[in-house]
Design a protein around this ligand. Structure first.
Ligand SMILES: Cc1cc2nc3c(=O)[nH]c(=O)nc-3n(C[C@H](O)[C@H](O)[C@H](O)COP(=O)(O)OP(=O)(O)OC[C@H]3O[C@@H](n4cnc5c(N)ncnc54)[C@H](O)[C@@H]3O)c2cc1C
Length: 401
């Protein structure tokens, strides 16, 4: 009888492990607590699935042990992954910055093709089946892969089950924190701008020291801020918040102007259009909700006439437009996070096999490990690569050639 593999979690790394194991001739059963596999693949990349990246290196990952990813990414990098998807007829398209997407531009093609292929290979799916007893589960299979992901996105199946399984075998857990997540602000004004979006530059300050700047969309919300520029800063912000450090952001609403240019512009419009209010002047530069917010934050009445403006006030407004500070009170939490930092300590996992150093034939792949990538397809890239390494090892351990 064929040797068997039991996989817990039919997300990205579990599904991919199932396919590779079944291709190798193993008997594969995969268990998923949700009614359907691949929930996170389906919602990924705003429904488009940023499936990988052409430039993969350990610099794109955060971990207590970032070099852990090297062996997996060298063994199964972008080229190997693309070759695999091409064989299935799932073509990819890549952007200039290296991000890769399915050519269909739909995440559901990825989920559908992977699931269909796994079924064709004979993989047995047990949906709506949550594994709770890992020790009992291990007795049923020659090898077990724990691919339960992280706590991020609890409505999609995110939980800490994998960490709890690992603890039972004496593994150490690096405390988890939400990442690629929106930030909550301690501000009486931010929520009034809810729904307003701007392409701006945002700088993260930790204990008042500038740490990182990102450019891109910023969306004001009822709780604080969202958007790509915020998600990109959130990894560092979230870690700092966990360490009880003071976290602030400074938003440059108009990064293509210098402060001096802005002050000159405001003074010029005020002079040319004496009947304009200060709000009218700022609405020429910014979405109106944000313009109102800027004036309110400076205690300036929006209907103040531009003609009454003086140099000191002009400079004050220009300064706020370029350097608007907000205190970050928290992240928006695991439920809303795309990924989670922390997880199983990778020094206790063999990076060349993904096997536990504490329990033979027990493998951990994907986000359950203390590996988190930045935005850009890096998280899926590690899910695929770690699954590949685990299955290669299972083949060797079970003498499958
Ligand atoms: C909204 C959103 C958008 C994202 N977009 C991107 C993107 O475009 N590009 C990118 O690279 N990454 C993206 N990510 C991150 C990416 O989805 C994850 O990093 C990746 O899915 C991790 O794969 P995994 O297999 O480790 O875990 P998951 O894909 O989370 O799979 C784990 C599975 O295990 C199941 N499970 C958990 N516990 C049990 C149990 N006890 N028994 C049975 N089943 C269990 C879960 O239900 C889940 O289906 C996004 C994440 C979210 C939430």
């Amino acid at each position: 009888m064929a040797k068997s593999v039991g996989i817990i979690g039919a997300g990205a790394s579990g599904l991919f492990s199932a396919i590779l194991s079944a291709k190798a001739g193993l008997r594969v059963e995969i268990y998923e607590q949700n009614a359907k596999p691949a929930k996170k693949i389906l919602v990924s990349g705003n429904g488009r699935c940023n499936i990988s990246n052409t430039h993969l290196s350990s610099n794109d990952y955060f971990s207590e042990n970032p070099s852990f990813v090297n062996y997996a990414l060298e063994s199964f990098g972008f080229q190997e992954f693309e070759k695999f998807t091409q064989e299935l007829g799932l073509l990819l398209t890549t952007l200039e910055d290296g991000r890769a997407y399915p050519l269909s531009n739909e995440a559901k093609s990825v989920a559908k093709i992977f699931e269909e292929y796994a079924r064709n290979l004979g993989v047995v799916f047990h949906n709506e089946c949550k594994i709770t007893d890992i020790k009992e589960f291990m007795q049923k299979y020659d090898s077990v892969i724990v691919a339960t992901g992280s706590r991020a996105g609890s409505h999609l199946g995110g939980n800490s089950d994998g960490e709890e399984f690992a603890l039972l075998f004496g593994h150490t857990i690096i405390p988890a924190y939400p990442s690629l997540v929106q930030l909550e602000l301690d501000s009486k004004i931010a929520h009034k701008m809810s729904g307003a979006k701007i392409n701006a530059e945002v700088t993260l300050l930790i204990n008042a020291q500038k740490e990182q700047s990102c450019s891109g969309d910023i969306l004001f919300t009822a709780y604080g801020v969202s958007g790509f520029a915020i998600l990109d800063l959130s990894q560092m912000a979230s870690q700092a918040l966990c360490n009880y450090q003071a976290v602030d952001i400074s938003i440059n609403l108009l990064p293509h102007f210098t402060m001096q240019k802005l002050a000159q512009h405001i003074a010029k419009v005020a002079q040319q259009m004496p009947a304009f209010t200060l709000l009218d002047i700022l609405v020429g530069l910014l979405p109106s909700k944000i313009a109102s917010g800027v004036l309110e934050s400076l205690d300036i009445a929006p209907n103040s006439k531009g003609s009454a403006i003086h140099t000191k006030l002009t400079k004050k407004i220009a300064n706020q437009l370029c350097n608007w500070r907000f205190e970050v009170s928290d992240t928006h939490g695991f439920r809303h996070a795309e990924v989670s930092g922390g997880g199983i300590d990778t020094t206790e996992i063999d990076e060349k096999t993904m096997m536990s150093r504490k329990r033979k034939n027990l493998y951990f792949t994907g986000e359950v490990l203390d590996i988190v990538g930045r935005r850009g397809g890096y998280n899926f890239a590690f899910a695929w690569a770690s699954a590949f390494v685990a299955v290669e090892s299972i083949k060797k351990e079970l003498f499958i050639h």
